[in-house]
Design a protein around this ligand. Structure first.
Ligand code: GDP
Ligand code: GDP
Length: 439
């Protein structure tokens, strides 16, 4: 499991500055799937060599009219429910505020997870003196940082790393002979309906009374002797008292579901079109090295409406540019139309996702591909690719030994990926390429 670190704090303390710093560093270092929509809500970061999902709870847009305490309590509650470590940010320039004291008090009472405090905007030593008043919070882990200038950040990361849960067995890596399929998507997109279709049973659904939570329940399913585990995130819309921002709270929970899955199916509501949220979720599935399926549900609502169908298809095409091989299914969980294609697609995707490549075949393909279209000059020097080897499956991951990874041009990388996919018979699963220089 990739641990989740949540950043909480009131607006303007520098949450997104820190978030960007931590996620950008990693994105510059690690060659991954390019071009995926990124935003400040959540991202992958590396902390002391360990991969984590970083969540900026400030990105959850708490309603503006909500009282401060309620807003922060909602943020903290989400963080406590879903994160492994909580990073509380305060503003050293503004000084210690009653709100900081309130947050500290609240956390002291309710925190079941480790909490680290970072006083931000401490850009110089004189400011550190001024910020010393934060010691009065009496918290165990307190750091003074400048997110803008990276000051104090390494010490903070070191402390965070120590508080992460021990590296356990990756649940999804255990071979239980079942394909773990997470059904993801915004509230009301049809996740429960699809599960009911697949299992042929109506599940008991808790009433829509606000504040009642139905825990995500896994549903085992056996079809034609093959076993699946449906990981459901549908209970979300019934959670909590805060209504707006709930959709994003759902995303928070989806992060966990993705971690536990092999395949993530992102459901899109045909009648509403593709939303940023759908794109974010899809990007996260791929970023997490899971296999992705996009499912357009409620296709029945567009029946006979060629104009709207055309618009949606265009939107989908644009959305899938970052991973055009992603399987795309159209269905109606309500009528059942198209649903039977889902599991066979999952099977094929899972098989490719587990594929082991033949090293000889890989390198033969590689030399043909680079001969046919040699790497362009970057900064007056040319990228040289020495050889490739598969270092992992789930998804198939190839390390390419090169003279200088900084010379990999985006478009050349895309060319290589596409050609290698073709040569290796990957039609719908992701291929992960990592460029590594000479040590
Ligand atoms: P958020 O609302 O908590 O996400 O805060 P932002 O990251 O958007 O930052 C709010 C403001 O504080 C921006 O103008 C940042 O440039 C500024 N800021 C962030 N970190 C620092 C810092 O370390 N030092 C100083 N002086 N300003 C900072
Ligand atoms: P969830 O929140 O994602 O679990 O969504 P639900 O499965 O509860 O569905 C939300 C609403 O959309 C319900 O009223 C469903 O009957 C309806 N719905 C689900 N799938 C379809 C579909 O394929 N077509 C139509 N027309 N409605 C659907």
């Amino acid at each position: 499991m990739t641990p989740i670190v949540a950043i909480v704090g009131r607006p303007n303390v520098g949450k997104s500055t820190l978030f960007n710093r931590l996620t950008r560093t990693r994105q510059a270092l690690v060659d991954d799937l390019p071009g995926v929509t990124r935003d400040r809500l959540y991202g992958r970061a590396k902390i002391e060599g360990r991969e984590v999902t970083l969540v900026d709870t400030g990105g959850f847009d708490p309603p503006a009219d909500q009282a401060f305490a309620a807003e922060v309590h909602a943020q903290i509650q989400m963080a406590l429910d879903e994160a492994d470590v909580i990073l509380c940010l305060a503003d050293g320039r503004a000084g210690l505020t009653p709100q900081d004291q309130e947050v500290a008090r609240h956390l002291r009472r309710t925190a079941t997870k480790p909490v680290v405090w970072a006083v931000n905007k401490v850009d110089g030593p004189n400011l550190e003196d001024a910020a010393a008043e934060f010691y009065s919070l009496g918290v165990e882990h307190l750091f003074f940082i400048s997110a803008a200038h990276a000051r104090g950040v390494p010490d903070l990361l070191e402390a965070l790393a120590e508080l992460l849960p021990p590296e356990g067995e990756d649940e999804a890596a255990q071979d239980l002979g079942e394909v773990r399929l997470a059904l993801l998507g915004r509230p009301n997109v049809g996740k429960s309906s699809l599960i009911n279709r697949l299992t042929g049973q109506e599940r008991v659904v808790v009433s829509d009374v606000p504040g009642t939570t139905r825990d995500a329940v896994d549903t085992p399913l056996e079809v034609d002797g093959k076993r699946y585990l449906l990981i459901d995130t549908a209970g979300i819309r019934r959670q909590g008292r805060v209504n707006r921002g709930l959709e994003k709270a759902g995303v928070f929970r989806s992060l966990r579901a993705v971690e536990r899955a092999h395949v993530g199916a992102v459901l899109v509501d045909a009648s509403e079109g593709i939303t940023d949220q759908d794109l974010r979720l899809s990007g996260h599935v791929l970023d997490s090295h899971r296999a992705l399926i996009m499912v357009v549900n409620k296709w029945d609502l567009l029946a006979g409406d060629e104009y709207r169908q055309k618009i949606l298809l265009h939107e989908l095409e644009m959305a899938r540019r970052f991973a055009p091989w992603t399987p795309l299914l159209f269905m109606s969980a309500k009528t059942g139309q198209g649903v039977k294609k889902l599991l066979p697609t999952v099977d094929q995707l899972f098989a490719e996702y587990n594929q082991r490549l033949n090293t000889g075949q890989l390198n033969q393909a590689l030399s043909q591909i680079t001969e046919h279209h040699p790497p362009p000059l970057v900064k007056n020097k040319r990228l040289k690719i020495y050889y490739g080897s598969q270092v992992a499956s789930r998804p198939p991951t190839v390390v390419l030994k090169v003279n200088d990874p900084s010379r990999v041009h985006f478009s050349y990388r895309r060319y290589l990926t596409n050609e290698l996919r073709r040569a290796l018979g990957l039609t719908i699963a992701p291929l992960r390429l990592i460029f590594r220089g000479k040590q």
